[in-house]
Design a protein around this ligand. Structure first.
Ligand code: MG
Length: 407
């Protein structure tokens, strides 16, 4: 096993750092980056100086002002963040090739086998740091992690933030891993943490003591085995999730074919798809609506948007697409929704233009829990009222979603 196989680079408070680079008045000061200037909006990023006051992504502007009266807010400039992304890419690639870009501020590099000594890796890290400072900006810093696989390298990159680095040595791997909470691990979201607790696993140490078969059982999918291998330091190929999709369609019973009822069925289908989306802990950025009219005409339309798994956003997208359909008075025979471009939700940087809406997220989580505990009729969108029975909801929340969901 190559000890220094992967280098993971994660920029520190990226959007806020770019703002501090562009505007010297903001340097060394608490800064909140917001999607628009309004008291009701939330920070999409906070500088390290603001983080010291407890302000983070998702903190409301009014709340942030209360926590840190001197905080300055700047409106996000997406083009600048993309421009600096390309600049730091170049600065890194002058020293080592980038294998994968994971988000606007995270990249991973598979290191050549020639990196066999720790000093050699340390030199690379220092060279990258220097090159970014010289060619991009000394104000845009990053944290780096090196490990035997991408999973551990990413964890290591978060260990010494900001502007730090950590190299995992084989002999110290377990000590390093045990110094984390379950929720620090990529692939352990809120749902998975709750599931681990059901199996009596409360700590990373307990997790690392499980066998491969136990993790397969707990996860209910190959992801459990992958977690076991990741914790062992084995370097596995990624599972491609981005090309997958998740959708449902329904041939309408005759009494549901008038457009108003068909619309409700679509909302029910969407609810089913969104529950699965969240159970799989993935996000989507494309929505396809497909219709077949009673007269045989077919129509489909796609909408693209920032990655999300939130019901209210997807309901809104459905309603917008629905309004675009031709022949709005014609009865429909078959309707379908499809969520496309799925990605694991743990790896996404919050979109600039979608404000994190914690209240809505809490509502979604509550609905998922109610449906999981009390069944499909216990909670549903108001927009699907009256057609609940038209769509079967075969989702096994008390078991392990992944396997069941594939069926
Ligand atoms: Mg970052």
């Amino acid at each position: 096993m190559q000890e220094f196989q992967w280098l993971f680079i994660d920029f520190d408070s990226y959007f806020a750092s770019v703002e501090q680079h562009l505007n010297p008045d903001l340097r060394g000061k608490p800064v909140g980056v917001v999607p628009m200037m309004a008291e009701t909006t939330s920070c999409i990023a906070a500088s390290y100086e603001a983080k010291a006051y407890g302000i983070k992504t998702g903190t409301r502007v009014a709340e942030a002002r209360r926590m840190c009266p001197g905080i300055q807010f700047v409106e996000a400039v997406h083009q600048a963040y993309v421009q600096y992304h390309h600049l730091f890419h170049e600065a890194i690639e002058e020293l080592t090739p980038i294998t994968q870009t994971l988000s606007i501020d995270e990249v991973s590099c598979k290191l050549p086998a020639s990196y066999a000594e720790q000093w050699h890796v340390e030199n690379l890290i220092e060279s990258i740091r220097l090159n970014i400072a010289q060619k991009v900006s000394p104000w845009i810093t990053c944290s780096m992690g090196v490990g035997p696989n991408k999973f551990l390298a990413k964890l290591a990159s978060k260990y010494q933030k900001p502007n730090g680095a950590y190299i995992i040595r084989t002999a110290a791997r377990l000590t390093f891993i045990h110094d984390h909470k379950l929720s620090d691990l990529n692939g352990v979201g809120r749902n998975m943490e709750a599931r681990l607790r059901k199996y009596g696993i409360y700590s990373v140490e307990q997790l690392t003591q499980c066998t491969e078969d136990t993790l397969q059982m707990v996860w209910g999918s190959v992801h459990g085995r992958r977690m076991w291998h990741a914790l062992q330091g084995h370097d596995l190929e990624d599972i491609k999730t981005h090309s997958s999709s998740l959708g449902h369609s329904n041939v309408l019973a005759p009494h549901l074919r008038i457009p108003a009822h068909a619309h409700k069925v679509l909302h029910r289908l969407l609810q089913k798809a969104v529950l699965r989306l969240r159970a799989k802990e993935v996000v989507t950025s494309r929505f396809q609506l497909s219709l077949r009219y009673e007269n045989g005409l077919r129509w489909a339309q796609e909408a693209r948007f920032d990655e999300t798994n939130q019901s209210h956003i997807l309901r809104h997208v459905l309603n917008e697409l629905w309004l675009l359909r031709p022949h709005p008075q014609e009865p429909l025979k078959k309707v379908g929704v499809n969520l496309v471009a799925l990605r694991e939700s743990d790896n996404y940087t919050l979109s600039l233009f979608t404000q994190p809406d914690q209240k809505r997220e809490a509502v979604d989580a509550a609905v998922d829990e109610i449906v999981g505990k009390f069944g499909k009729e216990a909670a549903y969108f108001g927009s699907a009222c009256g057609v609940q029975k038209a769509v079967q909801m075969r989702i096994a929340f008390n078991h392990i979603p992944d396997v069941m969901l594939e069926e």
